[in-house]
Design a protein around this ligand. Structure first.
Ligand code: ADP
Ligand code: MG
Length: 671
């Protein structure tokens, strides 16, 4: 395919391809033709002129040979005519002028010196001139006429040629004009094309910029493409992995489905089995409940056989710094089963200086033997002691009121037994925290059989026949705001302490916090009234409510853990000062309440119609937990010191009296 040419080139080509406008070759050069030719062509164009001139020259030479001066002149003018092509347009007229001059010179022949007669006549028409003698004027005239005729012919020819040339010139001028117009058109076109080219250049520049931009974009896209390809590879890899996993999962699913159908059959048979098991479970539950009720009944019976009032004696160890008593002072004889049997007897020997012999020798020591349900010699651990009362405490969950007292002189170990030793050593934890932990644990077990238990704790002290809340907080803390014992409601047997806090508890930590608070309240009170804690009764009460919603059963009882006031008596021989009068009143109040407790127990034992509960705040508060189906346990705490023997004997005697009491339906098993 031929490449497209720009319009400019096309125009040029047209110009180059245009044929010379000279229609026919002429013997004379055409100025228009010369104008169109290049410098090299000029010579060629000039050539015919020269030839023509030469031709003239030849003519002139003929004339010269006739020694005519005008011929020489004519030759000079012809030479001038040769240089004329430098101004081509003027060549035409000049040429005609030269011809005219030749003719003129030829006409002015007579002015030229006459040729001698006999001189060779001038050559005319190429014929060899014949020499005419000078005298042959006629001949000469004839020659001249011939020559003139020839010249006239020639002039005519030249005029015709001139006419032709002028025609050609006009034609050439018209053509030049047309060319000029065409040239202007082409120039306009060229300008337009140049403008277009310029615009094209601009467009090209912007296109180049665009190309660069696109190349950049392409680079980015290529980078992106490479990344995407890489990612695609990764994804393909991942897809392959996933496909493999899927295959694996499908395999597993199939296996699982197979297993599932097997399992479903198994489940169906298991369901059937479960239905049977449920029926069995209901049956077992019924049986268990029956067994539980039987256990409670037997447990109660066992407790009653052990005695609804039991007395344990506990002798505290000798404390560092205290005098060691003689080895025979306190003895713990073994029971009928030998040393393997837990001790139940205690023997105290007392030397009475007042009962001296007449000879002055000291009277022999008197032995006092006591027998209790259990005797704990010094060194008995807290857990050992609790083990003995755990079953009794559990009775409270079965709905039997339980009362545990700690009786004894100040410093004999009552508080240690009930609350525990100093510090947070779990080894020395007392009965209260241990009993509660045990109750919470058993209640949880019974929860499995459908029982739900709730516990509410209160802690009060009775000092000088006034009741004070040991769990008081805020402004009442340590102040011992007055509390009263009242019936919970009209016609209700239940008693409550007004202004005292009743705190629901469900875990050991809560009980710990309450004991800590009670301890703090006692410490505050101790600053105002010396040793008040040992001069008051502390009563920790836990009200237990149990419910078996499935069977519509309910049970309720209270567990009372009482740290009694010191049982020591005032020495009547001591003189009574103003301070001691208060102390006497205080002691009398304590003794009165302790003896009321004894009297109540006696009255219960003797099944008297009137039980003097109201004679003291302590018995009044505890009246629902004393007697009837209630279970009572008294710890008689004894000091191991010989110097406390008198108070120890008093305590032991009081405890023995209590121990002889029988309350309830069953007979206590006493040895
Ligand atoms: P009470 O309450 O009867 O006045 P405490 O319980 O305060 O007597 O005991 C008096 C002191 O004897 C306390 O320091 C106590 O730690 C200590 N004590 C009492 N019983 C024991 C025991 N079984 N083992 C170790 N120390 C005891
Ligand atoms: Mg105490």
């Amino acid at each position: 395919m031929e490449p497209q040419r720009s319009p400019l080139l096309e125009v040029r080509g047209n110009i180059e391809l245009k044929k010379p406008l000279i229609k026919a070759p002429s013997r004379l050069p055409l100025p228009g033709t010369r104008f169109k030719r290049g410098p090299d062509q000029m010579e060629d164009a000039l050539e015919p002129e020269k030839k023509r001139t030469r031709g003239l020259d030849t003519v002139t030479k003929i004339a010269t040979s006739q020694s005519r001066a005008p011929a020489i002149t004519a030759r000079t003018q012809t030479q001038n005519q040769i240089t004329a092509p430098k101004v081509p347009k003027k060549t035409g007229p000049r040429c005609s002028t030269a011809i005219a001059m030749v003719l003129k010179n030829q006409k002015s022949g007579p002015a030229v010196p006459a040729q001698k007669p006999g001189a060779a006549p001038p050559m005319v028409g190429g014929r060899k001139p014949t020499k005419r003698p000078a005298w042959d004027l006629k001949g000469q005239l004839c020659d001249l006429n011939a020559e003139l005729k020839c010249c006239r012919e020639r002039t005519q020819t030249l005029a015709q040629e001139n006419q032709q040339l002028q025609d050609q010139l006009r034609e050439a001028q018209q053509q030049a004009k047309a060319r000029g117009a065409e040239c202007r058109t082409l120039e306009g076109e060229l300008a337009r094309v140049q403008a277009q080219a310029e615009q094209g250049q601009q467009e090209l520049g912007s296109l180049r910029a665009r190309v660069l931009e696109l190349e950049e974009q392409q680079c980015t896209q290529e980078g992106l493409l490479r990344e995407l390809q890489k990612e695609q590879l990764g994804l393909q890899e991942e897809r392959r992995g996933l496909a493999a996993r899927l295959e694996e999962q499908e395999r597993r699913l199939q296996a699982s489905e197979a297993a599932l159908s097997g399992s479903q059959a198994e489940v169906a048979s298991l369901r059937q089995e479960a239905t049977g098991q449920a029926a069995l479970l209901v049956e077992q539950g019924e049986r268990l409940h029956g067994l539980e009720m039987e256990r409670r009944r037997l447990h109660n019976q066992l407790q009653e056989l052990k005695g609804n009032i039991r007395v344990f004696c506990r002798v505290r160890p000798v404390l560092p710094g205290e005098p060691t008593p003689p080895p025979s002072f306190l003895l713990f004889p073994s029971g009928p089963g030998g040393p393997a049997d837990p001790p139940t007897r205690l023997s105290v020997s007392r030397c009475d200086e007042r009962r001296g012999t007449l000879s002055g020798a000291p009277a022999p020591a008197t032995r006092h033997d006591f027998s209790f349900d259990r005797v704990f010699p010094p060194g008995s651990r807290q857990d050992e002691v609790f083990e003995e009362i755990a079953m009794l405490v559990q009775s409270a969950l079965d709905g039997y009121p339980v009362c545990i007292f700690a009786y004894g002189q100040t410093g004999s170990g009552k508080t240690f037994t009930m609350e525990g030793g100093p510090g947070r050593d779990p080894q020395v934890e007392g009965l209260i925290p241990r009993a509660l932990r045990h109750l919470f644990s058993v209640a949880q077990e019974l929860g499995g059989q459908g029982w739900t238990y709730s516990f509410v704790a209160s802690y009060v002290e009775i000092y000088n026949e006034t009741v004070r809340d040991l769990l008081a907080t805020g402004p009442r803390k340590g102040q011992g705001g007055e509390c009263e014992i009242r019936r919970a409601g009209p016609g209700s047997e239940e008693l409550t302490v007004t202004n005292a806090r009743y705190v629901p508890v469900s875990c050991e930590k809560e009980v710990e916090a309450l004991l800590h608070l009670a301890h703090q309240n006692r410490a505050v009170a101790r600053t105002s009234q010396n040793e008040r804690s040992s001069r008051s009764h502390s009563v920790f009460q836990l009200q237990i409510s149990g419910e078996h919603t499935g069977r519509g059963l309910q049970c309720g009882a209270s567990l009372n853990l009482v740290d009694l006031a010191g049982s020591e008596r005032l020495d009547p021989s001591l003189a009574l000062g103003p301070g001691e009068r208060d102390r006497l009143r205080e002691t009398q109040a304590i003794n009165s309440s302790l003896s009321t407790l004894g009297l109540v127990i006696m009255a219960l034992s003797n099944k008297e119609s009137h039980i003097p509960y109201r004679n003291s705040k302590l018995t009044y508060l505890l009246q629902n937990s004393l007697g009837g189906s209630a279970k009572m346990l008294m710890f008689v705490n004894i000091s191991p010191l010989e110097e406390n023997v008198s108070e120890s004997l008093n305590s032991l005697r009081f405890a023995s009296k209590v121990n002889q009491c029988v309350i309830g339906t069953a007979q206590a098993n006493r040895k």
